[in-house]
Design a protein around this ligand. Structure first.
Ligand code: HPA
Length: 261
């Protein structure tokens, strides 16, 4: 067991990425400097969800120094919304300045079909919990007016244009999971202003703002949300569909990182 900072030695990543289920392909484009299993890193979770590998790869992506986390721990695994706190604090200690979060999500928008990529502009925390429960310092009162960094949104918007790629923008609503939503919940989510729904990302965005990282976040739409098509939802569908939109998202992130340099 060691800290991420000591595992990386003098390699200092500027940007970290957390890849959602089925979205791991981006890691193949990294010219790896260090590969390390979460179980060897202090504060990192050992996640058991199928489709998730617990590995951090630090290296160069299009000349940009990155740390890529393949796999995340979710609130629904153990009821711990702060499951990613140790790893996000570890990233900040290792010198990371910005965090790019990715997830698979259900779309509540009939005009945003499976395969779409959505840049998250804001979120609704519908879980009733918060990863900062129990934090005793005043730092817990994190402002979230600009949770998703405006400059990064502009950078990725520009990258999408250059690639001639459709990039949706919208609000992500965090449900606890692990059961999927009901059709009634999805009608409510839509009325409340959600464009996509999912079971991750919001706690990581809150924790990242807590430690001062700039945040960008993207959803790959794997399905229309419950009740929109009549069919039942399944994790198999998520795993099958994620790599399709995931390829698109990987290209967008690579192009966006080039704009940041
Ligand atoms: N709901 C919640 N999480 C999800 C969905 C969904 O429809 N699709 C992929 N992750």
């Amino acid at each position: 067991m060691q800290t991420l900072k000591s595992a990386l030695g003098d390699f200092e990543p500027e940007t970290a990425l957390i890849l959602g289920s089925g979205l791991g392909s981006l890691v193949d484009a990294v010219d790896a400097h260090t590969r390390i299993g979460y179980e060897e890193l202090e504060g990192f979770p050992v996640s058991g969800v199928s489709g998730h590998a617990g590995e951090l790869v630090a290296g160069s992506l299009r000349g940009h120094k990155v740390a890529v986390l393949s796999g995340r721990a979710h609130y629904y695994e153990k009821g711990d919304a702060a499951a990613m706190r140790g790893s996000i604090e570890g990233l900040a200690q290792a010198g990371v300045k910005r965090l790019i979060l990715t997830n698979s999500a259900g779309s509540t928008d009939p005009d945003m079909p499976p395969g779409s990529v959505m840049q998250i502009t804001d979120h609704i925390n519908f879980s009733g919990t918060n990863p900062l429960f129990g934090e005793p310092t005043d730092a817990r009162f994190v402002g979230l007016t600009s949770a998703y960094d405006a400059n990064l949104q502009a950078v990725f918007g520009k990258a999408a244009k250059k690639l001639d790629m459709e990039l949706h923008k919208g609000v992500y609503m965090w449900f606890s999971g692990p059961s999927f939503e009901t059709p009634a919940e999805i009608r409510m989510a839509r009325l409340m202003g959600a464009d996509a729904v999912g079971m991750s990302t919001v706690p990581e965005a809150i924790l990242a703002r807590f430690v001062g990282l700039h945040v960008a976040a993207f959803s790959v739409v794997t399905n229309f949300a419950a009740g929109m098509t009549g069919g039942e939802l399944s994790h198999d569908e998520t795993k099958e569909m994620a790599p399709k939109g995931g390829q698109k998202l990987a290209r967008l992130i690579e192009a966006g990182l080039q704009e940041i340099i």
